[in-house]
Unconditional design. Sequence first.
Length: 314
Amino acid sequence: MRATIGTDPEEAARRLRAGELVALPTETVYGLGANALDPAAVAGIFAAKNRPRFDPLILHQSSAERALAWARRVPADAERLAACWPGPLTLVLERAAGVPDLVTAGLNTVALRVPAHPLTRTVLEAVEFPVAAPSANPFGYVSPVTAAHVAAQLGERVDYILDGGPCRVGVESTIVGFPGGRPTVLRKGGTPVERIEELLGTEVAVRTHGSSRPEAPGMLTHHYSPGLPLWLTENAPEPGTAERAAVRFGEPAGNAHEYTLSATGDLEEAARNLFGILRQLAEAGYGAAQVALVPERGLGRAINDRLRRAAERG
Ligand code: TXA
Ligand code: MG
């Protein structure tokens, strides 16, 4: 394996300054980071992930002030939402001069985020530049929530993996943009839509995956390949068998082929377990899995969104 795995934020910062690719823990999922102002380093992210160049990256910074400095203008609603930082929220705003084209894929907007993981906050405070970081998985696959997940899929293509333990939230950040001036959830994620609405004091538009043709790069519907066919059900799944595992939300029926997102029906625990369980199912070699959808509220919206994408055929 090419990557060194360690827990030293100073080393991570040093390597980022040297133009290397560094996997960073965040509260949502692990990111594949590089100096956003170094075109060769950013090109390295796209190459390592096999990611098409038209899919833009999120800029990560240590504070709201540093993040918002990359926006040409900050609408009052964006200012209000920045109260979620550090945390699992990404804001898409008009880009300031100086944001490299490669990062935004030529769009006139830029995605900004202040992650909450303490180790990565130390790294971001140490470096002088924003860190561009997509999730640290090959394009089209499930996001990594442990350093081992990153090592398994990208260990040959990354220089350093900063091991910050398992991710606390487990699904990617919620992305909010302002198309036509209207606050709009572009991706459901770790900040519940209810929380966004509470901060803004109004209902927000929510783009549903697969509801329309992409209007712009960055709004593409991503398929998350889980490595086996998933069958979703609104009801309780049938008992798991050696051929077809069952994934529940609640008490698992006691056999070896039963998995649960949360035995107690806790949506936050379910989000934390989601990507790890999908990986376990593929590794265990099941031909398929039947998975129960979770209640469509709080983090449940992001969980169901990821399950639907992962269940897509093709
Ligand atoms: O939680 C997260 O957001 C993680 C951690 C590492 O921060 N990052 C992450 O990045 O999920 P990524 O690249 O896997 O997903 C970011 C999404 C992509 O679907 C991209 O198309 C979209 O954000 N995006 C980036 N810039 C955009 C823009 N200017 N307008 C619309 N969408 C944008
Ligand atoms: Mg991703």
